[in-house]
Design a binder for this molecule. Structure first.
Ligand SMILES: [Zn+2]
Length: 110
């Protein structure tokens, strides 16, 4: 191995390490900023009825499996709507169908 080869190898290793650290940071940041949906107000689903609830859900639609698609007040102020598939959820997390197809995942359950 000549001196030049060693330098090249060193540079390559350092670049590789820097790259791995950068990727790890990006993944870590992604986990930390995983969005949540916090709601406080009247539930309007057939399951809980008209009661005040305070919930924090993971921003993940259980029907279309999209992430960060849930928005509060897109259609109605007392609903969580999936901006991807259009599913509506009550503040208790239940899908607003007469017989709910799914429920949002509560943060505490993970
Ligand atoms: Zn959806």
């Amino acid at each position: 191995m000549t001196g030049n080869d060693k330098d090249f190898f060193k540079t390559f290793l350092l670049t590789l390490i820097a790259f791995i650290i950068l990727i790890s940071c990006l993944i870590y940041m992604g986990e930390v900023s995983a969005a949540e949906v916090e709601v406080y107000g009247y539930s309007t689903s057939v399951v809980s009825g008209w009661v005040i609830v305070n919930n924090t859900f993971i921003n993940h639609c259980p029907l279309c499996l999209a992430n960060n698609s849930l928005v509060v007040g897109l259609k109605r102020d007392d609903e969580i709507t999936c901006s991807y598939c259009g599913a509506d959820y009550s503040f208790d997390g239940y899908d607003k169908m007469y017989s709910p197809r799914a429920r949002l995942i509560e943060k505490e359950e993970i």
